[in-house]
Ligand binder design. Structure first.
Ligand code: AHR
Length: 667
């Protein structure tokens, strides 16, 4: 389950089951004697960190390119494939004739190596010749919508024609919107036009075409097409995906990775300085961690604006000298340039405009500094086993950051001895819901005097491209355990966040949110995240349960010829209670992990009264294998109903395969 070994697992299971657990070997029948859950509102077990629920992101599964980042043109700068303008095609209508090729002799600038040369040898009205781009698995077109096209172009002497820029259906039968550009010269110029659709049908099978009806030679670069973006930001984000994220009310965004931060080599890490400023000055890079090209159009400032747009704090991952395939940079003078780079990156995020990098941020369009509390040193440095350099690397970063920014909290990606990190980032992925369900007490015995914990990546990986209800039941049980320990587990984030669901787009099956060019949806695990984040509370209340049934589960046999592990008894029901001390609302979270209803008797001590009416927010499905998808995006969504008859003691039946949040108004 965990990338690290989990020697305490046996202990966790016995703690989790406790003396009150009853063993069941098959799927349990409805429990005749209700489970009794006692909550004592006078006993605050822990404060809940306001940062508990956040997001983790990286460029994986076409998360930005062909995903959140609004750009609709694929390969706008003609990079990524040596010698070929990948994803571009030549349009030759009727007797029109021409050729298209990369031309390194006519580069736009020193950053972008080649332009695209279009040589039109024969063209006339209705016999156009041009270039076409299919977008990322289509170009989404909606009625009455304005798209912004921009590109650099220049022409060889002799071309005095007009370029027609259009979004049209792939078969060319329907022109969705078009505009004309004229006046090309022998010098590069930047052209911008709006393409506004009328009452067209919503569709994705479209391409962008730039064509002429007269002979000549034209060069292009940075050919870009943007739909309306979230908050109308230029170079901004796709609206539907932002809406899904904002709806989660995330407290933070951890970026830029993940493996994407590291890359396979120093040349392919996330090199933040190359992601700033005019998109025509960004070289982009091969995202070899996930094997596709990144324009870096969504660069450091865009990550920060994305945080701002969600009212979330950045959790900044800085490159720490360790790539996925290279030799780790040893601590000492060789590492120092990366430490310096991290200090400058922090200055870019937080510095006044009278600092070098704060001034650069202002020049990039954002004079106000961003709030930053957490900086993470690297990613998954427990993989640096052979050289074992992380202790030293972490110390060098930690000392430099604390010296310059004493209030910043520094996160380690694995346990270190050289320094005491403020926070350690734990990652857990599992392919069985029962793993998280049997380990839901993982943090119950964590040393409260040690570093805080950030569960920076976790997921029950059942379902592709997005998790099914069974996975959501695993995640919810684990989250209940994190929330119960929210004094030490101060942050958590599901990973990965996004996947484009088109064939060939996904590198990592089981992702929180899926989308194609036109539509998007949240998985059942997405709704679990949202329910927990919206119903957080600020203190954990002490609780005790009796009568929780268990079911037997056979853990998989580890690879390598080892013996099958013994079966485990896994609880079928999970609970946790928090309270908002301002409003008095108690949030009782309940997970019924099995296919049958379960009845719970809730007894609430330490409050004067409970209002008879409350709310139940329930996520459930008839079968644990049910899921949401691009064609059934809302098959499983939380349903909110009024509940009556509440009091300091009441009974509630939990439907099969369900996650419930009960909102109880207490006095
Ligand atoms: O979330 C996918 C990958 O899992 C991340 O890039 C990495 O940090 C982890 O191994």
């Amino acid at each position: 389950m965990n990338k690290r070994s989990c020697p305490l697992l046996a202990l966790f299971v016995s703690v989790c089951l406790g003396p009150a657990a009853r063993a069941q070997t098959a799927a349990p029948a409805p429990v005749a004697t209700p489970v009794v859950i006692q909550i004592d509102a006078s006993k605050i077990a822990a404060p809940v960190s306001p940062m508990l629920y956040g997001l983790m992101t990286e460029e994986i599964n076409y998360s930005y390119e062909g995903g959140l980042y609004g750009e609709l043109v694929r390969n706008r700068t003609f990079q990524g494939k040596e010698g070929t303008p990948d994803f571009w095609s030549l349009v030759q209508d009727a007797d029109g004739a021409g050729a298209m090729a990369l031309d390194p002799s006519q580069s736009l600038n020193a950053t972008l190596p080649s332009s695209l040369k279009l040589e039109i040898t024969a063209a006339a009205p209705k016999q156009r010749v041009g270039i076409a781009n299919p977008g990322f698995w289509g170009i989404p077109v909606r009625p009455d919508t304005s798209y912004r096209v921009s590109f650099y172009a220049k022409a060889a002497p002799g071309f005095s024609g007009t370029l027609t820029v259009s979004i049209e259906s792939n078969d060319g039968a329907t022109v969705q919107a078009s505009a004309q550009v004229s006046g090309l010269t022998a010098e590069w110029q930047h052209y911008t036009v709006a393409l506004t659709t009328g009452k067209v049908a919503t569709s994705a099978a479209n391409q962008l075409v730039i064509a002429a009806q007269s002979p000549g030679t034209v060069w292009f670069n940075v050919v870009s097409l943007f739909p309306p973006t979230w908050n109308d930001r230029p170079n901004g984000n796709r609206r539907d995906l932002m809406q899904l994220l904002v709806d989660m009310k995330p407290a933070f965004l951890r970026f830029p990775g993940g493996n994407y931060l590291q890359g396979h080599t120093l040349a392919t890490r996330f090199d933040w300085k190359k992601t700033l400023g005019d998109i025509a000055q960004r070289p982009g890079h091969r995202n070899d961690a996930w094997n596709y090209w990144s324009t870096d159009g969504l660069g450091l400032l865009e990550f920060l604006l994305w945080c701002e747009d969600m009212n979330a704090q950045p959790v900044l991952g800085v490159f720490a000298g360790f790539t996925l395939r290279g030799v780790p940079t040893p601590p000492g003078p060789e590492l120092q340039p990366f430490v310096q780079e991290a200090l400058e990156e922090i200055e870019y995020v937080t510095g006044d405009t009278n600092t070098t990098w704060g001034a650069r941020r202002a020049q990039d369009g954002h004079p106000a500094p961003f709030k930053l509390t957490y900086v993470e040193i690297g990613n998954e440095d427990f993989f640096d086993r052979t050289a074992g350099t992380y202790d030293g690397r972490f110390a060098q970063f930690f000392d430099a950051i604390k010296a310059k920014y004493p209030t910043l909290k520094v996160i380690a990606t694995t346990a270190v001895k050289s320094r005491t990190p403020d926070v350690v980032d734990d990652h857990f992925y599992t392919r069985a819901a029962q793993v998280f369900q049997s380990d839901a007490s993982h943090y119950d015995d964590t040393d409260r005097k040690g570093p805080k914990i950030f569960v920076g990546e976790y997921a029950t990986r059942i379902g592709s491209p997005t998790p099914n209800m069974n996975a959501a039941l695993g995640d919810a049980a684990y989250l209940i355990g994190m929330e119960r320990n929210a004094d030490v587990v101060i942050m958590s984030a599901y990973a990965p966040l996004f996947t484009n669901v088109n064939s060939g787009a996904m590198q990592w099956p089981t992702d929180l949110i899926g989308y194609d060019a036109l539509t998007s949806y949240g998985s059942p695990s997405y709704y679990v995240q949202k329910m927990f984040s919206h119903n957080r509370g600020d203190v954990v209340l002490a609780g005790h349960a009796e009568g929780i049934a268990t079911r037997e589960w056979q853990p998989p046999t580890p690879r390598g010829g080892q013996e099958a592990p013994p079966p485990k008894q896994v609880p079928t029901l999970f609970y946790g209670a928090t309270r908002d001390t301002q409003t008095g609302t108690v949030y009782l979270k309940l997970v019924n992990a099995v296919n049958t209803p379960q009845t719970v008797r809730v007894e609430l001590k330490g409050v004067a009264a409970v209002e008879p009416d409350g709310l139940a927010i329930v996520l459930s499905s008839a079968s644990p294998t049910d899921t949401n998808s691009i064609t059934e995006p809302t098959k499983i969504v939380p349903v909110t109903t009024k509940v009556t008859g509440l009091g300091t003691s009441f009974t509630q039946t939990l439907v099969p395969n369900s996650v419930t949040v009960l909102q109880l108004q207490t006095r």
